[in-house]
Design a protein around this ligand. Structure first.
Ligand code: C5P
Length: 291
């Protein structure tokens, strides 16, 4: 079984408040993009579990989210099945692009088929929720509103296709650290939501990511890149999730290519890739599970 595991960007992220469970209540917009990891699964008749990947900065041991997903499925499968999984990583880790979460969701769905576990979609989503706050989104894809920890999803109508200029710094950022930096003022719920406004008028240009403040304070270079993207009239230029990736959204691909070259020239430490948004149906076609 060969599958793709697409990344996401957040078109907006607003923090509503702290929760008792250590998480934060959010309002966010998820959007699938065409950047994707490749995952190959081969059933093992001897019951063994094996995970390997081509990205040395990632642990491929039991702490990997894919491995945890495999263990959760094995508990629910009969006859103690085995699997060998190989991952070609294209989504950089610690970038706010949901790579690990996407991998976990895709592997849950794949093993449900491969091992004929017979779990319902809701049961799979619940396992995903236990693995991480971003995992449930990858059972929907396309454009979704996320609430709660970001794991209560409402699918929204697809946007028109956009080109995405992804700016990838050579280092990742730990999500937990970013949330720990939030000032108490940010977590009061007494502000007007730009996302609610977007839901009424579909205007993307006012959307914000409230995690940019603490990240840009620590990494001023990222703020500079965002300013350049803004000057070049990206329809929307934001950090994705808790960073470190930034993106500019463009209606025309050639503009994204042009500004990408400019950014690579001015910021030689970053890598630039041009991808595109995926509609919900394109997301499911891309994965290749036939669901
Ligand atoms: O769920 P996940 O393991 O991806 O979250 C990583 C960390 O990010 C959490 O342990 C928490 O500190 C922080 N987080 C948060 N509020 C969210 C999502 C993540 O505080 N809604």
């Amino acid at each position: 079984m060969k599958l793709l595991s697409p990344a996401k960007i957040n078109l907006a992220l607003e923090v509503l408040g702290r929760r008792e469970d250590g998480y934060h209540d959010l309002l966010t917009l998820f959007q699938s993009i065409s950047l994707a990891d490749e995952i190959e699964l081969v059933e093992r008749k001897d019951g063994g579990l094996q995970l390997a990947g081509d990205e040395p900065s990632i642990s491929w041991g039991e702490d990997n989210l894919i491995f945890q997903a495999v263990l959760k499925m094995k508990q629910r499968a009969v006859n103690s099945p085995g699997v060998e999984i190989k991952v070609r990583k294209r989504i950089p880790p610690g970038a706010g692009l949901g790579g690990g979460s996407s991998n976990a969701a895709v592997v849950l769905m794949a093993l449900n088929q491969l091992w004929q576990v017979g779990l319902t979609r809701q049961e799979l989503i619940k396992i995903g929720q236990e693995l991480g706050a971003d995992v449930p989104y990858f059972f929907h894809g396309g454009l979704c509103l996320g609430q709660g920890r970001g794991d209560l999803l409402q699918p929204l109508p697809d946007l028109e296709e956009r080109a995405i200029l992804l700016v990838l710094p050579p280092w990742g950022i730990a999500t937990r650290w970013v949330f720990e930096q939030l000032p108490p003022t940010l977590t009061s719920s007494s502000k007007v939501s730009k996302i609610n406004q977007f839901l009424k008028d579909n205007n993307l240009t006012l959307l914000v990511n409230e995690l940019e403040g603490p990240v840009f304070a620590r990494y001023p270079r990222l703020r500079k890149i965002k300013e350049v993207l803004k000057e070049r009239e990206a329809e929307l230029s934001l950090m994705s999730g808790s960073g470190s990736a930034l993106y500019g959204m463009f209606k025309e691909r050639n503009k994204a290519v042009e500004f990408g070259q400019e950014i690579e020239g001015s910021f030689p430490e970053v890598k630039v890739t041009i991808v595109k948004t995926l509609s919900r149906s394109q997301y499911w076609e891309a994965i290749g599970l036939g669901v």
